[in-house]
Design a binder for this molecule. Structure first.
Ligand code: DGL
Length: 266
């Protein structure tokens, strides 16, 4: 690894706005870090793209975050973590640490949820790749994974979040699938899903544990920074939000999301 400084920022990226749910968790956990966010809005959504298309898009994002001197880069997007993590790791080499959103949560539940039946929802890319299953096997875990692609949820969340009836109907349709019945816990394998966590808890009547992977990712970043003497004590949270295609609606959503004005830069 090249010599990194604690004052360098953490870079977080996603295909669009959804990864801000992850950024928020990281900032809560590490309030004295400087954070840069990149939403690849010109290429949103990643979830229906091929592996090679996602690799092509994300390499430019990572180059941009390296230009900003990030010491750690977090792939907040599940689809990109599934399709491009190994590829990006090779590309970044020793210029920064790269963390994906999938490994930390799997390492954590492999220890805490042995013998359990766990549901996973995500985009077609994430579920179709079977990366969660392969990684669990590599961890020698006996967790029984039950996966279902729920592609309608992302667009429903982006466009109809305030239409409770529509969201409720979509949730009922997907979650009534036998694959997601009788599970001990459910992993929200997509950046957008924490936005409807309450609705999902309601559907399961509080009987199923809902797992948001961003907490494990934030914890892993903290541990990595501590172990490498890279923890910043003088940063100020989210510093910049960059996008690859600027729209007013994105800027509006950022304002709603953080309850304050943060410039969206192109
Ligand atoms: N960020 C994506 C994910 O977590 C969801 C949105 C998309 O399809 O780009 O998989």
């Amino acid at each position: 690894m090249i010599k990194l400084e604690s004052s360098q920022p953490i870079g977080i990226f996603d295909s669009g706005i959804g990864g801000l749910t992850v950024a928020k968790t990281v900032i809560e956990r590490l309030p004295h870090e400087n954070v840069i966010y990149f939403g690849d809005t010109a290429h949103f959504p990643y979830g229906d793209k091929s592996k090679s298309a996602i690799q092509e898009c994300t390499q430019h994002v990572v180059d941009k975050l390296l230009d900003h001197d990030c010491k750690v880069i977090l792939i907040a997007c599940n689809s990109a973590s599934a399709a491009a993590y190994d590829f990006l790791k090779q590309r970044i080499n020793d210029r920064a640490y790269l963390i994906n959103i999938i490994d930390p949560i799997l390492q954590s539940i492999a220890q805490t949820h042995a013998h359990k039946k766990i549901g996973l929802i995500g985009t077609r890319q994430t579920i179709g790749s079977n990366v969660y299953g392969q990684k669990l096997r590599a961890l020698n875990s006996d967790i029984q994974l039950q996966s279902l692609a729920t592609p309608l949820l992302v667009s429903a969340i982006e466009t109809m979040l305030h239409n409770k009836k529509v969201i409720h109907e979509i949730i009922k349709e997907y979650f009534s699938n036998a694959i997601l019945s009788d599970i001990d816990a459910l992993i929200l394998g997509c950046t957008h899903y924490p936005a409807i966590e309450k609705n999902i808890i309601e559907f399961y009547e509080g009987q199923t544990e809902i797992i948001n992977p961003s907490h494990a990712a934030a914890a892993q970043i903290k541990q990595l920074l501590e172990e490498n003497n890279l923890l910043n004590s003088a940063g100020h949270g989210l510093q910049h939000i960059y996008v690859s295609d600027y729209t007013d609606s994105f800027a509006q959503s950022v304002k709603l999301f953080f309850d304050k004005e943060i410039a969206v830069e192109y």
